[in-house]
Each structure stands twice: as structure tokens, then as C-alpha cells.
Design a binder for this molecule. Structure first.
Ligand code: NAD
Length: 344
């Protein structure tokens, strides 16, 4: 098999089966066509279960660690994955999960700004301490490559638009602080221990398996669920708040490509494509796609929420030149189709 040609920021690695012993700081040679043994923390959640599907479709091997606190085992139904039911805060479960893997995609976290405002200690434990424990488990098991999910919320009070990765950060919620820690630890591990890490700042990710009907649900599933159920759509503020929505299939493509190429990057990378859709534009697009009219009610803006969020995507584009994002219209079609399926 031919060796993969690498860009400046890509490190070499050997990927293959069966499991083999590793030594600290040992570098591998990556070959085309070999499967990656992936550990996806939080793999029973929205993004993790979509990534699991994509990884399996591409011939990779998937292990998941998930405590099912916000994820669902049924998200994994029919998938040939190894599931460690346990918390990343539990060292025994974590060591079991990292055993024999090539790359870790670290998604496990307690999401949501309002949840963190209600219980900052729980968010800190899962998101900040949890990331540190995952890194330590990776280090002791000799797993060199790790990707982490950070968040656009780290920009917080910075009004610059679009947000470039070198802009200053000023979190407005405990959640955003935990995400800042969870991106900076892996980046520091590059310098401290030579780990190959990449920290992605997700913006608003949406798509199938993102659930509505709970207190901390995201806006797109909440709107779709309300519309299909004949209920009013509750818009926070006047509807001019804007977001950079990214379809989950696009996010997963970037994450998998990062693992297949064992890519690392020394600074955080925005994982969004620079769109800005206001809440009212979103409502209109959902109405058109679903073929139904919505009844809209406005309520107070939520504390901790930023007014506008839009990514500068130059770094993302330079690292992943061949990945084209799924447009909002098509992503909403897929998402609405999934909601209709689960409602039957
Ligand atoms: P999700 O809640 O659907 O998935 C998170 C998963 O982590 C769940 O399955 C949950 O059970 C699991 N989990 C939580 N705490 C755990 C613990 N202590 N041990 C083991 N498993 C644990 O959320 P998601 O939307 O799929 O988000 C995935 C990641 O992306 C998170 O890190 C989140 O902060 C980040 N992110 C998501 C978005 C978005 O728009 N969805 C935006 C920014 C960042």
C-alpha cells in the first residue's frame, strides 16, 4: 500500500489491526485503506451517533464510551460498535474504552448554556475535568491522536464578526468556560507531551438524532418538533439573533477526515462555514421545507446567549479544501424527514 502524502500540519501514523503494543511518543506510518480504530466519547449522543454511522460506513472500527446522561442507546441501534456504558469521570470505564484505539474523538460533555448556569459544577466536572481525564487516559494508553469538540460560545462578549480563531475570547457562561478549558488542554498536550491534537469550535450543529422536548433542546429540533406537533414556535427576542448553522453530516465528515489523516493543528479551528441565518429566516426556511405555516410567539432573550455568531472559515477551508457543506435547505429536509419518521 502507498503511504499517504501529508500537508505541513499532518503527522504520520500507522493504522491497522490487530491491536499492538505502543510506546510513548512512538510515531506510526499511515497507509491508504487501513481502518482506524476510533474511540468516540459521547458516541450515543447526537453528533457522536452520526459520526459512528459515518465511520462504520467507511470501514472503521468504533468504540464508544457514554454514560447515557443525555445520549440514547437507541441512537446506536443496528450499529456494530463496542459500547462502554460508563462515565469519562470513572477511570476504570475510561481505561477500558481507550484500550487499543488509534484516535479519540472526544465529544462527551454536558451541553447547553442554561444547564451550566443552573449547575456550573456539574458542567465543569463533565466538560473540563472530563477532558483532562480523557487526555490522561490517552497518554497512559499510548493513544497519540485526539480531537476535541469546543464551542463558538468561547467568543462570548467579543462582538467581532465573523469570528476568527485569533480573536480574543470572553465566555459569558460557565458552559463556555468549560469549553475553553476543554480546547486548551488538548492544545497544551501538544507542547507538553507531543500529542497530535485538534480542537474544533463547533457553532450550531443540527440534523437527525438531535432531540427536542427537553429543557435544554437546541433551536432547530425545538422549532421542527413544535411545527409538526401544531404548536407555537417560541422565538427568544425579536428573531434578529443570528447563527451559523452546520449540518451534522458536514461536521462528521470533517471529524472523520481529521482521524483518517491523523491531522493536528496548533490552534483552535472553527468548524462552521460562515453563514448567518437569523431566527426569523430559519423559521421561514423550516416552514417552506415542511410545507406548513408556523404560529410564532416572542419571549425574552435567554441570559448567556450571544446575539450573533458567524465563523471565519479560512482555516477550516485550508485544512479541508475538498469538503463542501450541506446547504441549510437540504439539511433541514433530512432533519424534518427524521422527525416525521420518529413521530410515526
Ligand atoms: P449530546 O448531549 O447529544 O451528546 C453528548 C454525549 O455525551 C451524550 O451521549 C451524553 O450521554 C454523553 N456524556 C455526557 N457526560 C458524559 C460523561 N461524564 N461520561 C460519558 N458520556 C457523557 O450533545 P452533542 O450535540 O452531540 O454534542 C457533542 C459535543 O459537541 C459536546 O462536547 C458539545 O459541547 C459540543 N458542541 C455541540 C454543539 C451543537 O450544536 N450540538 C455546539 C457546540 C459544541
Amino acid at each position: 500500500m502507498d503511504s499517504v502524502p501529508y500537508g505541513l500540519l499532518t503527522m504520520r501514523g500507522r493504522i491497522g489491526q490487530p491491536p499492538r503494543p505502543r510506546q510513548a511518543n512512538q510515531h506510526f506510518v499511515l497507509h491508504f485503506g487501513d481502518s482506524v480504530r476510533l474511540l468516540i466519547t459521547g458516541g450515543a449522543g447526537f453528533i457522536g451517533s452520526n459520526l459512528s454511522r459515518l465511520a462504520l460506513e467507511n470501514g472503521h472500527d468504533v468504540t464508544i464510551i457514554d454514560d447515557l446522561s443525555t445520549g440514547y442507546e437507541e441512537n446506536l441501534s443496528g450499529l456494530d460498535v463496542r459500547l462502554v456504558r460508563g462515565s469519562i469521570l470513572d477511570p476504570e470505564s475510561l481505561m477500558q474504552a481507550v484500550d487499543g484505539v488509534d484516535s479519540i474523538v472526544h465529544l462527551a460533555a454536558l451541553g447547553s448554556v442554561p444547564r451550566s448556569i443552573e449547575n456550573p459544577v456539574a458542567s465543569h466536572a463533565a466538560n473540563a475535568t472530563g477532558t483532562l481525564l480523557v487526555l490522561e487516559a490517552a497518554r497512559s494508553a499510548g493513544v497519540e491522536h485526539l480531537i476535541v469538540a469546543s464551542s463558538s460560545s468561547v467568543y462570548g462578549m467579543n462582538p467581532a464578526l465573523p469570528k476568527s480563531e485569533r480573536e480574543w475570547v470572553r465566555p459569558m457562561s460557565p458552559y463556555a468556560v468549560t469549553k475553553l478549558a476543554s480546547e486548551q488542554y488538548p492544545l497544551a498536550y501538544q507542547q507538553s507531551y507531543g500529542m497530535l491534537t485538534t480542537a474544533f469550535r463547533f457553532f450550531n450543529v443540527y440534523g437527525p438524532r438531535q432531540r427536542a422536548g427537553h429543557a435544554y433542546a437546541a433551536v432547530i429540533p425545538t422549532f421542527i418538533d413544535a411545527l409538526l406537533g401544531g404548536e407555537s414556535l417560541m422565538v427568544n427576542g425579536d428573531g434578529s439573533t443570528s447563527r451559523d448553522f452546520t449540518y451534522v453530516g458536514t461536521v462528521c465528515r470533517v471529524l472523520l477526515d481529521t482521524c483518517e489523516r491523523r491531522l493536528m493543528h496548533p490552534e483552535p479551528v472553527n468548524l462552521a462555514f460562515g453563514t448567518n441565518t437569523t431566527l426569523m429566516q430559519l423559521v421561514n426556511q423550516i416552514e417552506v421545507t415542511a410545507g406548513r405555516s408556523a404560529v410564532i410567539e416572542h419571549r425574552e432573550p435567554r441570559p448567556g446567549d450571544v446575539k450573533h455568531s458567524q465563523a471565519d472559515n479560512a482555516v477550516l477551508r485550508s485544512l479541508f479544501p475538498s469538503i463542501e457543506p450541506v446547504p441549510l435547505e437540504r439539511g433541514l429536509q433530512e432533519t424534518i424527514a427524521w422527525f416525521k419518521e420518529i413521530k410515526q
